[in-house]
Write a protein that binds this ligand. Structure first.
Ligand SMILES: *[C@@H]1O[C@H](CO)[C@@H](O)[C@H](O)[C@H]1NC(C)=O
Ligand SMILES: *[C@@H]1O[C@H](CO)[C@@H](O)[C@H](O)[C@H]1NC(C)=O
Ligand SMILES: *[C@@H]1O[C@H](CO)[C@@H](O)[C@H](O)[C@H]1NC(C)=O
Length: 483
């Protein structure tokens, strides 16, 4: 009894908060000062379509789909898509945002500075790997025959600018230019203990952009050399960058302090361990190796949080993956704590989102590569098209305690709330309400009525009328918004 009221109270609080937040904004969330991305209320608000190429070279590209900012999302999450051709390198850089990488296809290697050491990891399809804001990193596609596709979250909560993210290329030349180039050349030459001419050589060669081929017959890449370096040299190189980064961030007001001692490479032995591991640091986590958290005949879903993969705790971001069979649906549910971002990996489907006031906010078809987002508290469901499986992957802004609450199905909130008071709230007898909510025996992932066998379909139809009737009596009930 007590538990039930607590749930009712929590649901009402969530709804009231959602409704009042919304009204405060006059039914409109502003994109923020710089965020005038021109969204209008309605479907296109939930489908993220503002996509820009931030890198495009012969050797690969990176496209970023911007999330919305505003009062309720001070630091929106952006979604990045990185494609690297075979035998290429994304040159060392650091970002003012943290990244969570997901290897969609192909294999690669990531190197980055973790606790002052260079950590290199082999990445394969399905791997999740986090790179901290400000940590210098590079990506390599060492394979001969296959492209590397990475989808990543870009968490801007530590970014310098408002809702943007900024790469700082450590290495570089004419294009991209290295952050090092900004320093006074004599200072820098002294710091590196090289002549200004040597420094000039280092800072002007690179002109192929941030993603480069490792072996270019016309101009042997300086990067091939970088990758052939011994681990300790590579570390020294990366360290130099990191030290300079630390100083660079302070450089606006203060004169950077240089210490030769800091630049001296520490000697540590190259130890390429099992599975392509070098250096101490977290491993990648493969989401496909994991047993699904939920599975039935209609599909499966899995969600990772910090208890599964500890690096997620730093940003408090969760990762999930859902695979629905043709014609199935993820039952209507809400995220009580998190904003959810979704990326369609395979197939096609429909996303339905409902406003807190119980009207349909979006009913949009999505296909591979589309990005959508769901505000916290908003009820929503995903439905696979009848032509094939529908696979989507994404990020939630809370790795902790975001237990999605289902509104329909055998595990729904309606079951937990059931009782005379709840039935009275629908204007029904307890028995009748039970009949209705017990009709669906599956939970979480449901067969869609449209593909159900004929007898069952007729029964479902009857219930639809009944449900409509119930919902209209309940007034503003949020479930009403669904089609
Ligand atoms: C519900 O809220 C949305 C968004 O503010 C608005 O467009 C819609 O007209 C409202 N519907 C009802 C039935 O109040
Ligand atoms: C700078 O280089 C010179 C010769 O190349 C070397 O003798 C000297 O020790 C170096 N200084 C530092 C601080 O590394
Ligand atoms: C998703 O499910 C389909 C069958 O419905 C299957 O063919 C496919 O391999 C699954 N995807 C993954 C990543 O397991």
């Amino acid at each position: 009894m007590g538990k039930r009221w607590a749930l009712i109270a929590a649901t009402l609080v969530a709804l009231v908060v959602a409704v009042s937040c919304y009204d405060e904004e006059g039914g409109r969330w502003e994109g923020g000062e710089e965020g005038g991305t021109g969204w209008r209320e309605g479907e296109d608000w939930f489908l993220l379509q503002d996509s820009k190429h931030v890198v495009r070279t012969d050797a690969g590209d990176m496209r970023v789909v911007s999330g919305f900012g505003g009062r309720f999302m001070k630091s929106p999450m952006h979604i990045g898509f990185i494609t690297m051709e075979p035998k290429t390198l994304f040159i060392p850089q650091y970002l003012d945002s943290s990244l969570i990488l997901f290897v969609r296809r192909g294999e690669g290697r990531v190197g980055h500075i973790y606790k002052d050491e260079l950590v290199e990891r082999r990445l394969r399809m399905g791997d999740i790997y986090r790179i901290e804001a400000g940590s210098a990193f590079y990506l390599i596609n060492p394979e001969e025959g296959q492209r590397l596709h990475i989808v990543c979250s870009i968490d801007t909560s530590q970014s310098l600018g408002f809702q943007t993210f900024q790469p700082f290329y450590i290495a570089g030349g004419m294009y991209p230019s290295s952050v090092l180039a900004g320093f006074d050349h004599l200072t820098l030459a002294t710091a590196f203990n090289v002549t200004e001419a040597e420094l000039g050589e280092m800072l002007t060669r690179q002109m192929n952009g941030p993603i480069v081929y490792l072996s270019n017959t016309h101009s042997p890449s300086i990067w091939s050399k970088f990758l052939d370096m011994e681990q300790n040299q590579k570390l020294a190189h990366m360290r130099r960058i990191v030290r300079i980064r630390e100083d660079d961030l302070k450089a606006e007001e203060e004169q950077p302090t240089w210490s030769f001692r800091k630049f001296l490479p520490s000697i540590f032995k190259r130890k390429e361990g099992k599975g392509g591991k070098t250096g101490k640091g977290p491993d990648a986590y493969n989401i496909y190796d994991r047993k699904p958290d939920f599975q039935n005949n209609y599909g499966w879903s899995t969600a990772l949080d910090e208890s599964d993969y500890s690096p997620l705790k730093h940003d408090d971001i969760g990762v999930y993956l859902v695979n629905l069979t043709a014609g199935s649906m993820m039952a209507p549910h809400i995220n009580p704590r998190a904003i959810e971002y979704g990326i369609v990996l395979r197939g096609a489907g429909t996303i339905q989102i409902v406003y807190p006031n119980g009207s349909l906010a979006m009913n949009a078809k999505v296909t591979e590569g589309n990005v959508f987002w769901i505000p916290r508290y908003f009820p929503f469901c995903q439905i696979a098209s009848r032509t094939g499986p529908f696979e989507f992957f994404g990020f939630t802004t809370s790795a902790r305690n975001n237990r999605p609450q289902f509104l329909v199905g055998a595990n729904s909130l309606l079951h937990k709330l059931r009782g005379p008071e709840f039935a009275a709230a629908f204007g029904l007898s307890e028995g009748r309400l039970n009949e209705i909510i017990n009709a669906q025996r599956e939970s979480t992932i449901l067969p869609s009525a449209t593909v159900a066998p004929p007898e069952e379909a007729a029964q479902v139809k009857l219930h639809r009328e009944e449900v409509a009737n119930v919902m209209s009596r309940f007034g503003n009930e949020m479930v009403m918004g669904f089609d």
